[in-house]
Ligand binder design. Structure first.
Ligand SMILES: CC(C)(COP(=O)(O)OP(=O)(O)OC[C@H]1O[C@@H](n2cnc3c(N)ncnc32)[C@H](O)[C@@H]1OP(=O)(O)O)[C@@H](O)C(=O)NCCC(=O)NCCS
Length: 441
């Protein structure tokens, strides 16, 4: 990467850095991830996220380590369906395996990360009895004994740790109020933690990563479905197996309970976490509720995001410069499209005393062009103009004339504009004027 590419890449990732700061992410790592060579890189990425102000809860599984501990103790695990029955001897193996995995993760996160980009970063990892469990009970006449499920997450205690900048580590086990230990599915702990903490994201890292685009229903360039709605996923779920199915089920539970973004990523893929969180393309599958992209009225919180979107276009002379102060006073005139906490498109409506209104500041972020977002904004602005009894919408443009012409705008003279707008016309800029009759649409 040469310097200019590096600068471009860094600039492109800055909106994501801002969007993620102060947000809670629950990151689930299967036991296999900890044993993988790539885990050293995942640790570096966790340190980076922590230093960027992301509130991180890590949930670890220990399935392969439990299998190994059972085989050392010569215990044959009993299963009913896909679910392990944890009897008393098996519980000892579970306790040993989880203890080893947990201390291994703590040790790796405490290591000063020498010879890495995060050299010198200090991560404080905290674990404790944050998960209350209950027995799974007797299903189909089979007693699952010490196999349990999450009863409660101690949200307050976890939040206190996150407030102090600590990373919280949860294991795939929990304790009942009667002091018994239960073996839990990491997916259950991660999902319940994300829901209880109202996390911004739940990130499920497994061997396979994202969902493969194998049924032709969902478009993909890379062979992985980069985005899917919960509704689409629920139609796919019966065709999935093993880890994919477990992660997909957990994703649906989380999305239906209000977690807006669930990501499925591979722990084998170096940098997958950063790519997914800081690039437009991502590295795995994002599962979201249907409305992962929202067109809505702008509010004062959006001013920063709108400025980021408009500034490069202003620098190129495509849009007229607007200061932060102007944007703040005129924010009620703007509509925005928000995606993943970022403003990716905007447009504004300026009504005049006659039957005319001006469409201004139409902009769609470079990565998201040609997805009909410009059209959606134009429709929303036209609808609002009509609601305000305006019959004509005009726009001033230097380089986008044809886009407006293709959408029913016709070129007009300066005299067609309201008097007060004519006096503000910048002859040096020499913008073309286009008008659309709203009564015809
Ligand atoms: C113009 C703009 C808002 C369109 O947004 P968008 O979401 O990409 O638009 P849509 O998906 O609805 O339309 C895409 C089509 O518009 C075309 N288009 C984009 N910019 C264009 C331009 N300057 N002139 C003519 N056509 C243009 C695209 O080529 C595409 O056409 P195609 O589907 O035939 O390939 C967006 O390109 C943008 O933000 N441009 C920079 C800012 C700007 O010019 N704003 C207008 C200021 S008055």
């Amino acid at each position: 990467m040469d310097n200019s590419q590096y600068v471009k890449w860094f600039r492109n990732s800055s909106p994501y850095i801002n969007a993620h700061r102060g947000k809670t992410f629950v990151l689930m790592l299967e036991g296999e991830a900890i044993a993988d060579d790539n885990f050293a890189h995942i640790v570096q990425d966790i340190a980076l996220l922590n230093s960027l102000g992301v509130r991180l809860v890590i949930v670890h599984g220990a399935r392969p380590q439990i299998d190994q501990a059972l085989s050392v103790l010569d215990i044959k695990s009993q299963f009913h369906g896909d679910l392990r029955i944890t009897d008393k001897p098996a519980l000892n193996a579970v306790r040993a395996a989880i203890g080893i995995v947990k201390s291994d993760i703590e040790a790796r996160l405490s290591f000063g990360l020498p010879n890495t980009p995060m050299h010198g970063a200090r991560i404080r990892v905290v674990s404790g009895n944050f998960v209350t469990a209950k027995p799974k009970g007797v299903i189909d006449g089979v007693d699952f004994q010490h196999t349990g499920e999450v009863r409660r997450i101690d949200r307050q205690a976890i939040n206190q740790q996150l407030d102090q900048g600590n990373v919280v580590l949860l294991s795939s086990c929990g304790y009942s109020p009667s002091g018994q230990m239960f073996n839990l599915a990491a997916e259950d702990v991660a999902t319940r933690a994300a829901i209880s903490l109202a996390a911004e994201k739940l990130i499920l890292m497994g061997e396979g990563g994202g969902l493969a685009a194998n049924n032709g229903e969902v478009e993909s360039d890379s062979g992985i479905i980069s985005q899917i709605t919960a509704d689409e996923l629920s139609h796919l779920i019966d065709s999935l197996e093993g880890e994919y199915k477990m992660h997909a089920e957990a994703s649906l539970v989380a999305v239906h309970a209000g977690i807006n973004r669930v990501h499925m990523l591979s722990h084998k893929n170096d940098g997958a976490l950063l790519q997914e969180l800081f690039t437009h393309k991502g590295a795995g599958t994002l599962i979201s509720a249907d409305d992962y992209e929202q067109l809505r009225q702008a509010n004062i919180e959006d001013v920063g995001g709108i400025l980021k979107l408009l500034t490069p276009l202003e620098e190129q002379g495509i849009l007229v410069r607007r200061s932060r102060e102007i944007l703040e006073t005129e924010i009620h005139r703007f509509k925005v499209i928000e995606r993943d906490g970022m403003i990716i498109a905007c447009a504004a409506l300026y009504p005049y005393s006659s039957d005319l209104a001006e469409l201004a500041c139409v902009a769609v972020s470079g990565d998201y062009r040609s997805g009909e977002r410009g059209d959606r904004l134009l429709k929303a602005i036209s609808k609002q103009a009509k609601a305000e009894n305006k019959t004509k919408l005009f726009v001033l443009t230097t380089r986008t004339a044809h886009w407006f012409m293709e959408r029913g705008f016709e070129e007009a003279d300066l005299s067609a504009l309201p008097q007060e707008r004519q006096s503000l016309y910048n002859f040096q800029r020499n913008s073309k004027i286009f008008i659309k009759d709203l009564t015809e649409c």
